[in-house]
Design a protein around this ligand. Structure first.
Ligand SMILES: [Zn+2]
Ligand SMILES: [Zn+2]
Length: 500
């Protein structure tokens, strides 16, 4: 343990801000100079150090012999006061289903700005070790929060909310890195304190660990509160960085409350019959306060092999779209579908090539089934068209954002579901003049694949030059979606054209 020079601790009452020893030890850049660097250096310091070492360092500045049991009661109750406020704010967020989608649509630099604003405020907050408390919070890793387009941060808020709402007492957020310190320090054995050059006869190291745990949780509480208010403030004031995202969110369809869907057959009550009563798994409900729904006993039995692994032990369901466990339940249109697509992608970007057809939810016509099989077999192609002689034409879209929108609509069409007229409008505009194809040939093919819905398009000719729905959506949203869309252009240059 390196010994650090310090001013005598007796001069400091336990609650006054103390010399930032950890900041000095790790040579941390001044937060007001460069907050990005400041955070990076803390993350590196945490990664290189155990929680026990951090505690030993701050211990130099903290005279625990001055802490009375009344002080400890005060520490606990001020932590709880803060946690109540944090829980209240998170509750408001959860009742407004729009928060999550706004957050994940924000571009990464905006997300980062809000997170750093939260860290900045938390470091200024009234805690014993001020910014040194940052060193006690290994769960705050900005790159994790930004992963999957920001889903990492949403997950962190979810976990925090779950813990805070589970109790009316002050609660400590679980963290294995931190908890390891209570073993490492061997709280029953005060020798670690003597080794660190202190001469107190009553080390009371348990008190230090407890106070540090409280301060750690206060830092996290302040961080959550400040980062979330930074975001909320931007939403309310339609700030510059928020404008494009709010445009999208205000134009999308909203649900007032989460859907209930059978965890086996995925159907909603109204899809089965009026007045049908869904059942919930009673073990999950009573042990975890978690609702897993089934439309019938048959569905529950069919799902049991899968469900029994988590039943009553872990809050696990299929996470069906639109249900309470879907963080984007308030949204039921293709925009939220796109967001779901890139949330589940490995690196948090949309790779248009990877946007497939999804699992079919209904019966496809034989022609649509053939289309689906050909598309699955050749993922570079956006759609297969057929000339009068049955020759396949590989329709491929260059613009990555348009491509993404087209493929999202294609997913809806091929489930089969809705949107064939939107897809048809787009294909007709670009492919009607293609050698061997014509408007009528394409419409006849789509009619064979999807039936009557195509008739609407047959009767209405798209004025030449007019933008299609897919193009205009892509244009409106390219500012937000553009940076998320990743693709390799070379595929298109190489493989463009018709099959021989
Ligand atoms: Zn069912
Ligand atoms: Zn269960």
């Amino acid at each position: 343990m390196a010994s650090v020079s310090k001013s005598p601790t007796v001069e400091n009452p336990p609650l006054a801000p103390l010399v930032p020893l950890l900041s000095q030890k790790f040579n941390i850049t001044d937060i007001n100079e460069d907050v990005v660097k400041w955070n990076k250096e803390w993350e590196a310091a945490i990664a290189s150090s155990s929680a026990a070492n951090m505690i030993k360092e701050v211990y130099h500045t903290f005279d625990d012999s001055l802490v009375t049991s009344d002080d400890l009661v005060d520490f606990h109750s001020s932590l709880r006061e803060l946690q109540e406020v944090v829980a209240q704010n998170l509750r408001i967020i959860y009742h407004n289903g729009r928060f999550n989608i706004i957050w994940v649509l924000l571009n990464t630099s905006e997300q980062k700005r809000h997170i750093l604003a939260g860290l900045n405020k938390a470091s200024e907050a009234d805690t014993i070790w001020a910014q040194d408390c940052r060193a006690l919070c290994s769960e705050i890793i900005v790159s994790n929060f930004l992963s999957q387009s920001g889903k990492g941060f949403i997950d962190f808020l979810d976990r925090t909310y779950e813990v805070l709402k589970s109790s009316e007492m002050p609660v400590f957020l679980p963290n294995p890195w931190w908890e390891q310190a209570s073993d490492d320090l061997d709280l029953s054995n005060p020798s670690w304190k003597e080794a660190s050059n202190e001469s107190s006869t009553n080390p009371r190291s348990k008190v230090v660990f407890e106070v540090a745990t409280i301060e750690r949780n206060r830092f996290i509480g302040n961080f959550v509160l400040s980062s979330v208010s930074s975001i909320a403030n931007d939403i309310v004031h339609h700030s510059e960085g928020m404008k494009d995202v709010l445009d999208i969110v205000e134009h999308s369809n909203h649900e007032d409350k989460p859907l209930i869907r059978c965890d086996n057959c995925t159907k909603m009550p109204e899809e089965i019959e009026l007045g049908v009563r869904f059942m919930v798994c009673s073990a999950c409900k009573s042990k975890l306060a978690f609702e897993v729904h089934y439309c019938s006993r048959t569905c529950q039995e069919k799902d049991w092999l899968v469900h029994k692994r988590a039943c009553g032990k872990k809050r696990v369901s299929k996470g069906l779209t639109g249900t309470k466990v879907d963080s984007l339940w308030a949204f039921n249109d293709h925009i939220s579908d796109m967001v779901r697509t890139y949330q589940t992608s490995r690196n948090g970007t949309i790779a248009p090539r990877d946007i497939g057809l999804g699992a079919p939810t209904g019966k496809r016509s034989p022609a649509a089934q053939r289309q689906a099989e050909m598309l699955e077999a050749d993922k570079d192609v956006d759609y297969f068209l057929f000339t009068a002689s049955g020759e396949p034409v590989r329709f491929m879209i260059d613009d990555p954002v348009v491509k993404t929108f087209f493929r999202t609509v294609r997913g809806f069409v091929m489930r089969p579901d809705i949107g064939v007229e939107v897809m048809a409008e787009f294909i007709l505009k670009f492919m009607s003049k293609y050698p061997g194809l014509s408007r009528d040939i394409i419409l006849a093919q789509l009619y064979e694949e999807y039936g009557d819905d195509v008739l609407v398009v047959w009767e209405w000719e798209h004025p030449p030059g007019m933008e299609t729905a897919i193009e205009s959506e892509a244009k409106n949203f390219s500012k937000v979606f553009g940076p998320l869309v990743r693709m390799s252009m070379d595929i298109f240059v190489q493989k463009r054209g018709t099959l021989g």
